[in-house]
Design a protein around this ligand. Structure first.
Ligand SMILES: Cc1ncc(C[n+]2csc(CCOP(=O)(O)OP(=O)(O)O)c2C)c(N)n1
Ligand SMILES: [Mg+2]
Length: 345
């Protein structure tokens, strides 16, 4: 077994080029910690068979969602994938509603009917996630088109994985957005794998961003484990969108610590190399940010410990609340089901 060598960055540089202040940085760190602790809790419950919905976990990729979403306004739209928890939380979705959905309770963001891959919270602009690979590549264009036609300022962010450029709709979506100069920011989270298939087995060359450029998009490859770098790339891309320069493309190079779905890391079954995982754990987006903050005396060890405790308590409370909540009523089973041209209410 060898390392999957495409797209491997050096240690994150973590340069605060936008001069973000302490409050902003600590808020970003807190959001990354909320994602990390939530995902680790869910992994544990999946292993204990307390959670049944298939969960594609985001541990290791936190800087990507947070760096992007901290550049957005509430009124901007986000479309997500099967690996949706990080995007939901980064865009401001409520932790209680995420746990409610994962436990399939009434209190879930989709009323307990969708599970892990079908999250939404229109109140914060998270318009949906899809279990279909590339499922949001078309859907995400709708609101962007509306924004353009009505002269609104909202932009659409379409997160997708490195497998999506292998789907035809990726090309159609990018081409349509480019020709209509739509306010879309595509974020390709290149974590080097699609299920168990390494990127190097699926593409002859390491050229996802070059392919996006061919469609006329401005592209940027960033270290997806460096929240400052991701945030800066997003702020600049959004500025270009607002200047009327059309759709933008960011490829955030990152890595998921866990296997494709569930709690295992896939090392024991030979799908990944243990050294590769170790290599990427050294590039932990959270640990490296914390080191950087301590080194630059942005915060103290004590503040970091308090933040970790606060986040753990938030996760405990959200999970408890979900477990004690009711399941959806059986008489509402057909609610929102589309049949014979009608959506039942
Ligand atoms: C149209 C379609 N084909 C196949 C699948 C099965 N599937 C689910 S996730 C996945 C791989 C996705 O890889 P990537 O886009 O890189 O995202 P990642 O899981 O790495 O975040 C596949 C093939 C699917 N859900 N939908
Ligand atoms: Mg992938």
């Amino acid at each position: 077994m060898t390392m999957n060598t495409f797209a491997v960055p050096e240690l994150p540089l973590l340069k605060n080029d936008l001069s973000l202040n302490k409050i902003r940085i600590m808020a970003m760190l807190e959001r990354m910690l909320i994602i990390r602790y939530t995902e680790q809790r869910i992994a544990k419950r999946v292993e204990q068979r307390e959670i049944g919905t298939p969960c594609h976990l985001y541990v290791g990729q936190e800087a990507s969602a947070v760096g992007i979403c901290f550049a957005l306004r509430d009124t901007d739209y986000v479309f997500s994938t099967h690996r949706s928890h990080g995007h939901f939380l980064a865009k401001g979705g409520k932790l209680d509603e995420l746990f409610g959905e994962i436990y399939c309770r009434k209190t879930g963001c989709s009323g307990g009917r969708g599970g892990s891959m079908h999250l939404c919270d229109p109140s914060v602009g998270l318009l949906g996630s899809s279990s279909i690979v590339a499922g949001c590549l078309g859907i995400g264009l709708g609101p962007a088109f509306k924004s353009k036609v009505l002269g609104e300022e909202h932009i659409s962010v379409i997160f997708h994985g490195d497998c999506v450029p292998e789907e035809g709709i990726w090309h159609e979506s990018l081409n349509f957005a480019a020709i209509k100069k739509l306010p879309v920011l595509y974020v390709c989270e290149n974590n080097l794998y699609a299920a168990s298939a390494p990127l190097a087995d699926r593409r002859l060359n390491d050229n996802i961003s070059e392919a996006a450029k061919v469609h006329g998009l401005h592209t940027e490859i960033v270290d997806g484990n460096d929240v400052f770098a991701v945030n800066k790339a997003a702020v600049e891309a959004i500025e270009r969108i607002h200047n009327g320069e059309g759709p933008q493309f960011i490829e955030a190079r990152t890595y998921r610590w866990l296997g494709h779905v569930g709690y295992r890391d896939d090392i024991d079954v030979g799908l990944r190399d243990a050294k590769e995982l170790e290599y990427w754990k050294e590039r932990c987006p959270i640990k490296n940010l914390e080191k950087n903050l301590l080194f630059n005396t942005v915060c103290t060890e004590k503040e970091l410990c308090e933040l970790h405790e606060k986040v753990k308590e938030m996760v405990d409370n959200a999970e408890k609340l979900a477990i004690s909540a009711a399941e959806p009523d059986s008489e509402t089973l057909l609610k929102n089901v589309y049949s014979k041209g009608v959506i039942s209410q």
